[in-house]
Design a protein around this ligand. Structure first.
Ligand code: C5P
Length: 242
């Protein structure tokens, strides 16, 4: 188990078209029980003001903008995210070592820097999509390759499918943070997710943080759903430390 990880393990994905809906949900949640994720749609609509507002309410915010550009541009964007006070920010590992190192070095100057995480291969991509990009490897092999590059560039971890978590954990060691979407409580609808794991299984596979959207955001009682997921997570963590 990753002993550097403290606090809530669930990151609620605020996938709403408008900030008002996100804020209405957030009123029903609690920063001691979850963190929050803002993605491209919400950020493009509401901008940094919403991020600052959520941080002002005491929540840790994962700014999920998946930067991918030349090293100087990505490093500068990460520094602005750090100025905003976000808890976690991410880049595409396929931007390469120089880009990731530039981001890491720029963030090292902050007293309280965000965690810097990389996306390896988008889970929407299959072998034939990689082949079209000139990459004659399986998605699994490319994920492991980019996770190794991410670790060697000094980043804190990767976003990955819970199905990839055990292999990355074995390769990258206990301090490397694994952030996994595609998590569904056994009783929940799959929505459009195809390959899912329960919260407890994702933790057992080595995940540190679970990104959960609709099972919480679309629940009749979001706090009850979050509380149930947190109970599963706590049980899985307890059995890992036995
Ligand atoms: O509602 P749901 O739990 O499926 O939301 C999952 C969140 O994680 C969404 O914000 C989605 O964009 C994100 N995500 C994902 N699969 C990935 C990467 C990110 O579901 N491979």
């Amino acid at each position: 188990m990753n002993s550097q990880v403290t606090g809530p393990r669930v990151i609620v994905a605020l996938d709403f078209p408008r900030g008002a809906e996100a804020l209405a949900l957030v009123e029903r949640l609690n920063p001691a029980a979850c963190r929050l994720k803002i993605g491209k749609e919400m950020f493009t609509r509401e901008g940094p003001a919403l991020v600052e507002r959520l941080i002002g309410k005491g929540f840790d915010v994962f700014l999920d903008l998946k930067y991918h550009d030349i090293p100087n541009t990505v490093a500068a964007a990460c520094a602005v995210a750090a100025d905003l006070g976000v808890w976690m920010v991410n880049v595409h590992a396929s931007g390469g070592r120089k880009m990731m190192e530039a981001a890491r070095e720029r963030l090292a100057g902050f007293a309280q820097r965000p965690l810097l995480i990389a996306v390896t291969v988008l889970t929407s991509m299959a072998a034939e999509d990689l082949a079209e990009l000139g990459l004659g490897v399986s998605p699994e092999a490319q994920v492991l390759r980019l996770a190794a590059l991410t670790e060697s560039a000094g980043l804190d971890g990767v976003v990955c499918s819970p199905r990839e978590a055990a292999a990355i954990r074995a390769q990258c060691g206990p301090g490397f943070r694994l952030v996994t979407p595609g998590v569904r409580p056994a009783s929940a609808s799959l929505d459009d997710q195809k390959r899912v794991m329960t919260p407890a299984d994702a933790i057992a596979a080595g995940s540190d943080y679970l990104v959960v959207g609709r099972p919480i955001t679309a629940a009749a009682d979001p706090l009850a759903s979050l509380t149930a997921i947190n109970a599963d997570v706590a049980q899985a963590l307890a059995s890992l430390s036995d």
